[in-house]
Design a protein around this ligand. Sequence first.
Ligand SMILES: O=P(O)(O)OP(=O)(O)OP(=O)(O)OC[C@H]1O[C@@H](n2cnc3c(O)ncnc32)[C@H](O)[C@@H]1O
Length: 445
Amino acid sequence: MDAGSSHTALYIYEWPAEKDNNTGRVEQTHLCKVKGPGISSYASAPVKAGESLRLCMEEAKQWVPGKRHHQTPLYLGATAGMRLLNMANSSASDKVFQAVEGALQKFPFSYQGAKIISGQDEGAFGWITVNYLDERLKQGLETRGALDLGGASTQISFVSDNYDGSESPSNSVTFRLYGNDYNLYTHSFLCYGKDQSLRMMQAHQSQAGPATVLDPCFHPGYTATKNYSVLYDSPCVSDRKPKDAPDTFTHIGIGDFLQCQAAVKSVFNFTSCKYSRCSFNGVLQPLLQGPYGAFSAYYFVMNFLNLTDTSVPLEDVKEKLKRYCATNWDQIMQQHPEVKLKYLAEYCFSGTYILTLLTEGYNFTSESYSDIKFIKKIKGSDAGWTLGYMLNLTNMIPAEAPDTPLLPHPGYVSVVSVIAVLLFILFIVSLRPLWPRCSKQPQIV
Ligand SMILES: O=P(O)(O)OP(=O)(O)OP(=O)(O)OC[C@H]1O[C@@H](n2cnc3c(O)ncnc32)[C@H](O)[C@@H]1O
């Protein structure tokens, strides 16, 4: 559940989960996604938010067979948007939980409680989801790192031979899954989701409290009047609010990719690192290793920009984004009448932020960029932390490998049949002494 932006999602999984008979994989049933007001509306207008929640749950009731309603556990996990609200105003976040819990308990499912999950769990569950759906865990294959970009936070999780958890243990999560031990490196950067990082960049641009902000990450021709109090209404930037700023500022786009890149870089701190190597803000990051799946906003943004093909050289990707950012806002709006204006206005920033985070922040190079795959779904299921969360809470992934037969079922049938035929022949042969003797034919001399 994201209460940090205007987008709120509720994922509900059918239980008992359906298992695919061929692969044994648990199929995630994505029943509905609630789009609704963000934190403040949840806190101040729970009835309106509750309405979209009610509609979602009604849909869930249709999906889950009636006789299974009472045995279907319902979990609510909240992520960085709620972490931020809890930091800024814990009574408001309590109210959100009360409103949502009250609404959920009216339904016939087995409600198991609501929780704000930690950034570390969010990263680890995203990694489990990706590798579970890819069947890398069950088969003990090399795992895929998980890159998750939300609105309020971003997570990076991967297994590296250079990381055993001794350096910066707070970044380590260990698992035993299907008989294999994993030592996962994971880090969640609060405030580095795409909405909060935009605020941080704009806070940097408007430090002096000007009446006009010229923004290279918005298209030329883009103009909007914005409130300083709204911009700074987040714990990610609230301590930087300029004192003598007017109430509003005019936000003017100039669409310059290179300047945008420089502005985006201002949100990262590369000055100190007490570990062997760091990403940014003094956070340990072991050497990147293996393939990566990048999902949530990584996918939404790169898919919109037509930049999901990572075999395209990074320089060409930047060139395309440069042209896109320089395109006039009127033309952008004309070309995409169906896209939500807030998203449309921000794709230049979001694309630039993604490339900067990956290359400057996480140290992907022109070569290793192609190790990243932008993904929305894997085999029909959403990539994200929610499936991993559900699998964990319902103990769906065993620690030990199940006792697998040496041969698949048809193999057993064939082997048993062959052995049965051989035994029969042996039995017949063993009776040979009892066979009636044939009378000898008279010899003709
Ligand atoms: O709280 P956190 O952990 O930060 O994550 P989230 O719940 O906000 O994460 P989501 O995956 O729901 O959404 C990620 C962001 O992408 C935004 N988003 C959703 N659909 C989009 C689209 O089609 N185009 C652009 N942005 C989109 C959405 O508003 C969020 O800011």
